[in-house]
Write a new protein. Structure first.
Length: 112
């Protein structure tokens, strides 16, 4: 499935009772909430040795994608535009691919 097809399908499940302001707030808040759910599952899997199924992770990541898609759409930004801009930023930041900077520079953020 491509990103435009996904957005078309995701739009069908927008709450029609929300106005533009509330729709974007709902989607953006949902993005934070659903991302936290993914973090919780990864934490359980990594630090508590709990069994977290791939299906559960895919389900929660799908919720993150829905919230991202609706937030972007509400702002008039396409997922394709976001993906393209992000790849361009990554290529500028890491032209030869990611390489760790070593212990002396571990906490420094790259400048744009």
């Amino acid at each position: 499935m491509d990103l435009d097809a996904y957005l078309t399908a995701a739009r069908r499940t927008i709450n029609p009772a929300l106005d533009d302001r509330d729709r974007i707030l709902d989607a953006a808040a949902g993005l934070a909430e659903e991302s936290a759910e993914v973090l919780g599952l990864v934490r359980k899997r990594t630090f508590q040795a709990r069994d977290v199924s791939r299906e559960r992770l895919v389900e929660e990541l799908g919720d993150v994608l829905w919230c991202l898609a609706i937030t972007a759409d509400s702002l008039g930004v396409s997922l394709n535009e976001i993906a393209k801009a992000n790849v361009e930023k990554l290529e500028r930041r890491h032209p030869s691919g990611f390489a760790p900077r070593g212990p002396e520079g571990w906490n420094r953020s790259p400048k744009e």
